[in-house]
Design a protein around this ligand. Structure first.
Ligand code: AMP
Ligand code: MN
Ligand code: MN
Ligand code: MN
Length: 297
């Protein structure tokens, strides 16, 4: 059974990392390896949040229990909203909830076809064998992602780093980018809520929305039951920590903190290696069942 860390008395100071990826989606490490790395890095509360997939949660939970580290079952759901791709993290979800299970399966279903289409576009741009190369990087065949293509294009020498793959080929608007219809925001929020979870808007600073669209998104997110936004994330700059602290305060949302770690040497921020939430932002994690359960229960 997980114990409550000493810093739970001052949750604001706790090393909570509530956003990470394993090889069940586009992370490099197996769930147990990821959990061991988080524990070694001093993380006290850890969530596995694979894209559209919860297959790694049981292994991660077992390893966290063995290490006596508090663990939160999570997922990062791909959403299409106003023609843009957004990510919504669900924390404290019941991974067996039928609505969530069916919803996630429905989003995963289109990935293989999209991958073949990306490979065709790459072929036309003079890069052959990208589908096979990407698949060779994948451990969970239902979750081939742009990250796997990017790893392949780097390891085969077509690009020198992952950023270059996205700017030259696979980023939104680049020539091999294939638009895809992910979940509707209201559906994703519904699956999270119905499975007992807390919805967190992931890395809001990445969406390139103007002020009005951002306000509309936050309104719809709250109306659908969303409760938190990532303020301190590996995807934000220091200025964005301050900017989204303000958004959280103005909108009455809790703040979350997570590295969005994908792999050693690949992610800009390692597990747990982030500043605390800015003053005034109320952390989401005291509201998760692992911390709010009575001591000894
Ligand atoms: P997909 O879900 O297949 O569209 O893939 C999206 C994933 O690509 C994200 O979850 C990130 O892990 C990765 N990604 C997006 N943009 C970049 C970038 N500029 N550099 C590295 N990885 C990226
Ligand atoms: Mn990813
Ligand atoms: Mn994301
Ligand atoms: Mn992520």
């Amino acid at each position: 059974m997980n114990t409550i860390p000493a810093t739970a008395a001052d949750p604001w100071r706790m090393n909570a990392d509530l956003h990470s990826h394993s090889s069940w989606s586009d992370g490099v490490l197996a769930p147990a390896e990821l959990v061991r790395r988080a524990h070694a890095a001093g993380v006290e509360l850890f969530a596995l949040t694979d894209h559209d997939e919860t297959g790694g949660v049981a292994e991660a939970a077992a390893e966290a229990a063995r290490l006596d580290m508090s663990f939160v079952p999570g997922v990062e759901i791909s959403v299409t909203w106003a023609g843009k791709t957004l990510h919504v993290v669900g924390l404290d979800i019941d991974t067996r909830h039928p609505g969530l299970v069916a919803g996630l399966a429905s989003i995963r279903a289109g990935r293989d076809e999209r991958a073949r289409e990306m490979a065709e576009r790459l072929e036309r741009l003079g890069v052959s064998g990208a589908y096979e190369g990407a698949i060779a990087q994948v451990r969970n065949p239902s979750l081939v992602s742009r990250t796997h293509f990017a790893r392949h294009l780097v390891s085969s020498g077509v690009c020198s780093h992952m950023d270059e793959v996205f700017s030259r080929f696979l980023g939104e608007g680049a020539p091999a980018y294939v638009p895809h219809q992910w979940a509707r925001l209201t559906d994703a929020l519904g699956w999270i809520r119905d499975s007992g979870g807390v919805a967190v808007l992931a890395h809001p600073g990445r969406y390139r929305l103007d002020g009005m669209m951002r306000d509309t998104l936050i309104d719809e997110f709250r109306a659908g039951g969303g409760q938190a936004i990532e303020v301190v994330t590996g995807s934000h700059t220091r200025d964005q920590y301050r900017q989204y602290a303000r958004v959280a305060l103005d909108a009455g949302l809790y703040g979350s903190r997570g590295s969005d770690f994908h792999g050693p040497g690949e992610s800009r921020v390692d597990l747990g290696d982030l500043p605390h939430l800015p003053d005034g932002v109320e952390p989401v994690w005291p509201h998760l069942s692992v911390l709010s359960a009575p001591v000894g229960a």
